[in-house]
Design a binder for this molecule. Structure first.
Ligand code: NAD
Length: 295
């Protein structure tokens, strides 16, 4: 039998912890603030933003959507990110995709203060992650690791294969697995034959966006498979990249796997960022030079 590596229970735990931490901050007069910058009229993006706002509200996070419209100019988006980066009531900033034609995600995300980059979008965050310095990983990449830990999957010394090499999923997942002492292979669209690599995986992470890409011939029985893919179906549903009939040791469901954990981690990162900002402000206040005369 294939073990279902669900994410809903884990997501609930993370949300509850974030809510408890937010309540503690509220006692000292600070409400964690999350800003989502939108420059698209894409339906699934709108759905995602609404679900983040709802979850944030329940966790005691003040979530604002900055909707610049699908025709927003690049400089306007950049200016919005800079303003939010300087706004003390904002602790987390998300730049939603897709972006208008001509806008480059990584370029714009450079305008997000890394301390508020709760979805690891600024290339500086990815660089820090690779160098082992503090950084928020993209929430989806962090969700993959949280799921593996939650389901007690060993990583040190294991063979991990990541399919997909985007800056938001494949690359940071590979970095996070590397930090955990796994051996990593990254496959992508120019990999001639996935079956040359994926059957060696103890842990297979798939983040491509192609339904049915991974079938039985790609996996061995004992593998743990994390399906990051989300592909809308004609009937309004959602499927992953992995054929759900694969015979493996464990598989994350789509929906109900990586997705809910991703949203929960965005909230957690935002509350952490707020906590850190409160500490910084306290520290700065405590370190003020004394005034008055000292004879
Ligand atoms: P992307 O389009 O930026 O990257 C896709 C990657 O897949 C690329 O690196 C490409 O080289 C690789 N690829 C394409 N065809 C391939 C093939 N035939 N064989 C091997 N590799 C191939 O996508 P992304 O933003 O990384 O997202 C990947 C998937 O994850 C999408 O389905 C997306 O919707 C989903 N996603 C889910 C969440 C979540 O929270 N669950 C979050 C982000 C992305």
């Amino acid at each position: 039998a294939v073990r279902e590596l669900g994410g809903s229970g884990l997501a609930r735990e993370i949300r509850a912890r974030a809510a408890a931490d937010a309540a503690e901050l509220a006692d000292s007069g600070v409400t964690p603030g999350l800003a989502v910058v939108v420059a698209t009229d894409d339906e699934s993006s709108a759905w995602y933003v609404r679900s983040i706002a709802r979850a944030a509200g329940k966790a005691g996070i003040d979530c604002r959507t900055v909707d610049l419209g699908a025709g927003a100019e690049v400089e306007r988006i950049r200016a919005a990110l800079e303003t939010l980066s300087a706004d003390e009531s904002v602790h987390g900033i998300i730049l939603q995709t897709p972006l208008p034609a001509g806008a480059h995600f990584e370029d714009l995300a450079s305008a997000i203060d890394p301390r508020k980059d709760v979805d690891g979008a600024n290339p500086v965050s990815l660089g820090n992650l690779a160098a082992g310095l503090p950084a928020y990983p993209p929430a989806t990449a962090a969700a993959v690791l949280e799921l593996l830990d939650h389901h007690e999957v060993e990583l040190a010394g294991r063979n991990c294969v990541v399919v997909g090499r985007s800056n938001v999923v494949g690359k940071p997942v590979a970095q996070l697995l590397l930090q955990r002492d796994a051996t990593i292979t990254v496959c992508h669209r120019h990999t001639p034959e996935l079956t040359a690599f994926t059957p060696d995986a103890d842990v297979l992470v798939v983040a491509v966006g192609k339904p049915g890409l991974i079938t039985d011939k790609h996996v061995r029985d004992g593998a743990i498979v994390i399906d990051v893919g989300t592909n809308p179906t004609a009937d309004g549903g959602l499927v992953g990249d992995v054929d759900p009939s694969v015979q493996v040791a464990g598989l994350t469901p789509v929906p109900g796997g990586v997705g809910p954990v991703t949203t929960a981690l965005l909230l957690q990162h935002t509350v952490w960022s707020a906590t850190r900002s409160v500490r910084r402000l306290r520290h700065a206040a405590g370190a003020q030079p004394r005034t008055g005369s000292e004879h």
